[in-house]
Design a protein around this ligand. Structure first.
Ligand code: PDD
Length: 280
């Protein structure tokens, strides 16, 4: 695989970063994951806008222009022959020279890393037909989940807990209400209405979420943005989640309780089709 590191395209084994990098010692960095279908980069503008916001919320500059970011994405897709897959982008505050809680000087070069992950069959995911099983766990992340930082230990622990309990993923719960999934935004459907938590600092502002809600509104589907509980979700007609890597995937079981028939419902199926059609 050819990867990008600080202005260079390199074989992955040659891409090396300092042990003093703040991404490594402090999880001081932000990231984006963008999907590629049919060799095309999806939702590029949205991901770039969110990257800019994450960086500025952490007092970091944006090291590259929009055109430069796009050129790197395109080049990596081409060099690695990605037809279906993901592009991972990470910017950290760079090599501080020493470990220190204070940020290094503003002119410290940031570390910019991009790589691709080939995912043949990304659009044709069989889980779209079978649905996912999720468990609920307390949301023990920090309170600025709107910033897409590389501090992913807790979501990773929650995912492992889900696997240990025979499920596919975990939904995070705070003050009695679901915030989001480990790496996705979550939704329930009741009597045809789509319900999803409103945007705030409590959740990541999903790029897939924004587009999906727009497509749903254009298709005259009813959407309400408000919090919901696990109990409400368990008694919903359907549930589903969205992310750049999942697009739209149905959820058929929560904490061992099957939703309605226990089968994938029509709203999630239609929204997945709609999303894939519209965003390609
Ligand atoms: N995760 N919420 C969280 C906590 C996420 O990590 C993600 C994305 C989302 C969905 O956002 P988007 O639709 O912009 O991908 C919601 C990526 C895919 C990841 O960490 O791999």
């Amino acid at each position: 695989r050819t990867v990008y590191l600080n202005g260079e395209y390199l074989p992955e084994a040659e891409a090396k970063v300092s042990i003093f990098d703040r991404g490594f010692v402090m999880a001081d960095g932000v990231y984006e994951v963008t999907s590629v279908l049919d060799g095309k980069i999806l939702e590029f503008k949205g991901h770039l806008a969110r990257l800019g916001r994450s960086l500025s919320e952490l007092g970091m500059g944006n090291p590259l222009s929009d055109d430069e970011w796009l050129a790197i994405h395109r080049k990596l897709v081409e060099l690695n022959n990605i037809d279906e897959g993901l592009i991972y982008l990470q910017v950290t505050r760079g090599n501080a020279g020493d470990r220190d809680f204070a940020y290094p000087p503003q002119d410290t070069p940031q570390t910019v890393v991009l790589f691709t992950q080939a995912k043949p069959g990304l659009a044709d995911n069989p889980v779209a037909k079978t649905g996912m099983r999720v468990i609920s766990v307390p949301d023990l992340r920090w309170s600025r989940r709107d910033i897409k930082t590389v501090q992913l230990l807790y979501p990773s622990m929650a995912k492992m807990e889900a696997k240990a309990r025979g499920a596919d993923d975990a939904w995070l719960v705070e003050d009695g209400f679901v915030t989001e999934g480990t790496s996705n935004n979550v939704y329930i459907v009741k009597d045809g209405t789509i319900i999803t938590r409103q945007l705030s600092t409590d959740i990541l502002h999903g790029i897939t979420r924004a587009s999906l809600l727009r497509y749903a509104a254009e298709a005259q589907m009813q959407v309400i943005e408000r919090p919901f509980t696990i109990e409400e979700a368990q008694s919903a007609d359907e549930a589903f989640l969205t992310s750049a890597s999942a697009f739209v995937l149905p959820v058929v079981e929560i904490d061992g309780v099957k939703l309605a028939s226990g089968n994938v419902g029509p709203v999630a199926t239609r929204l997945r089709e709609l999303y894939l059609e519209e965003s390609m």
